[in-house]
Design a protein around this ligand. Sequence first.
Ligand SMILES: Cc1cc2nc3c(=O)[nH]c(=O)nc-3n(C[C@H](O)[C@H](O)[C@H](O)COP(=O)(O)OP(=O)(O)OC[C@H]3O[C@@H](n4cnc5c(N)ncnc54)[C@H](O)[C@@H]3O)c2cc1C
Ligand SMILES: Cc1cc2nc3c(=O)[nH]c(=O)nc-3n(C[C@H](O)[C@H](O)[C@H](O)COP(=O)(O)O)c2cc1C
Length: 620
Amino acid sequence: MTFKSYLQHCKLLFESLCLVISLIYKKLRRFSKLVMRILILYGSQTGTAQDVAEQLWRASKRHNFHGPVMAMDDYPIQKLIEEHLVLFVVATTGDGEEPDNMRKTWKFLLRRNLPVDSLANLQFACLGLGDSSYIKFNFAAKKLNKRLQQLGAKPIIPLALADDQHDYGLNAVALPWMANLWKELEERLGLNIRCPESSPETFIFKWHCCKLNHASVVDEDYHQLLWPHRQAPTYLFEVKSNTRTTDPSHFQDVRLIQFKITDDVTWLPGDIIEIHPHNSEKQIDDFFALVQEHEFDFDSNTVVRISSNYQDMLLPKCYSKPLSVRQMATYIWDLSAKPRQRVFELLALNCEDNLEKEKLLEFTTAEGLEEVVNYINRPHRTILEVLQDFRHASSKLTLEILIEMFSVIQSRSFSIASCVESKTLDILVAIVEYKTKMSAPRLGLCSNWLKSLKNGNKILGYLKRGTMQLPEELSTPLIMIGPGTGIAPFRSIIQKHIVNRRDLEPYKSSIWVFFGCRNRLKDYHFQSDLESWHKQNYIKLFVAFSRDQDYKIYVQHLIEKHSQELKKLIKESNAYIYVAGSSKNMPKAVKEAFINILDKDETYVEKICKLNRYQEETWS
Ligand SMILES: Cc1cc2nc3c(=O)[nH]c(=O)nc-3n(C[C@H](O)[C@H](O)[C@H](O)COP(=O)(O)OP(=O)(O)OC[C@H]3O[C@@H](n4cnc5c(N)ncnc54)[C@H](O)[C@@H]3O)c2cc1C
Ligand SMILES: Cc1cc2nc3c(=O)[nH]c(=O)nc-3n(C[C@H](O)[C@H](O)[C@H](O)COP(=O)(O)O)c2cc1C
């Protein structure tokens, strides 16, 4: 071998070595990227699961993982087979149903043609958020957890079921679940992924905000921005009337609100209208008083453009256009929300007062849960009141922190109480107002905003299908139990039934209505409608006035009283049973009454539930 060819040989060898090294390096990089990617998906109806998922996402960043957090239906679910590590946070809504923003995904995962090993490469963990006062406790998370395993995915840690009813709230289960998750991942991946626990210094900001000139044009059509994309289209409704239906001496204000409708608006009996409330004038004034007191470097007219700090983090629709601080404080930020963990972290961020900072940080720990319960949960303190309490910490707030801190106002559902042929869209709203140890009464955001509406005011509403499914045959008997505002969806169903059956004579009543309230003279909603339909034989009406005598009568007592006829209707005529209203004690008591009248046969009641012949639509 000549010296020249020897040199050429060495050069070739060196080049090949470089190639191999660069290939190995690339592979290693790809592998580490793969290992460190974590996808966090949530199914959330009213924002809690989203909030917990984002808390998890911030922790994942501190643990050096990368990857997005998003609603399940915003993720292209066909790509799930390419993922290796996914965390799910899933709430249950309705009568044991999946939240709206995971419906598409759930439908896809249920496809029969998916191979049983399609998710064999996937490791996952699932946290369910629910409320054990509902019979179908955490059903959505339980079903998802089961289905993922049927498709070959392997759980990293067991499914955990958080419960609103726990003395310490959802965090009693969520916090230990998260700690366990990071520990298990560290062991499984053989990586040192430990990092400092959540602390203000390591707070991960989702959004970046850029102040624009005051003169910048702000899109005044902000209303449309409030609605997440999937909820379009929405309609504009004009208030026709807003009347109190309860006696002035009654403890509760209940409103019948009627909206004018245009020809393009339509709905079916049992449907729901979703309404997006605004903050009250008082809350908005209180917020800007705080801004003034602390002499922040912005005011109500400051206009900002918000963008995402992460490529894979979707900007909510409400932040997609420049907005003034006044618009955000009026239509977007929930000023009466219950403060979540990130509120304390963010408040502590620049706090220079040691006492306040120590307290705020204590609230973010598992050991501080009892304190949070006493300070927040029991008195129902709002985020605005917390900002007023922690004055030193609040004085250091910036606009960027506030945008990160406030939750976005969630829309509220109301059962439509009229049928489309009646020419108005009616809702029956119980105004939420109650006392705690706080001096000011607690006011429900949406119901009080609705109460303030005047004739001629216009609001946006989104119409969606309710959970109630009606039988196909008009002649199938219906048994409806709707105490209080629970009567609302049944008024719509009865009105429609009357329209459909108008020409059919002689009319044989096949709708049994059980209504309950405190006093005949004080809170008997839709009294004249119900009694006139009863007289005309359109319905059979049974009313329980719980406080008109010295012993209590509730709807469940009337069900037991009419056991023989009801049993016949259910067993022989395949009647459908519907229960609507408060989710507190009523649904359980009513179900027990039905079990009792059906020979104490729980299995039979379970069977009719599965067949959708026993349906509940309840709310807290
Ligand atoms: C499918 C569906 C249909 C619905 N239909 C109707 C309807 O027809 N009519 C109707 O009025 N509502 C209905 N609701 C409920 C409605 O959506 C709202 O939840 C309700 O109006 C309260 O909203 P808010 O914004 O005024 O109160 P929020 O600000 O959301 O506050 C409500 C919360 O306050 C707390 N709270 C309320 N009262 C008390 C109390 N006495 N003590 C302690 N805490 C309390 C509870 O935690 C409750 O969840 C329905 C809900 C659903 C899901
Ligand atoms: C209208 C309504 C229906 C609910 N139905 C159920 C249910 O069937 N089972 C359950 O375990 N929890 C149920 N819950 C409780 C929620 O799952 C729980 O409050 C959860 O934290 C809400 O999370 P989200 O805000 O992300 O939707 C219901 C709550 C509401 C308001």
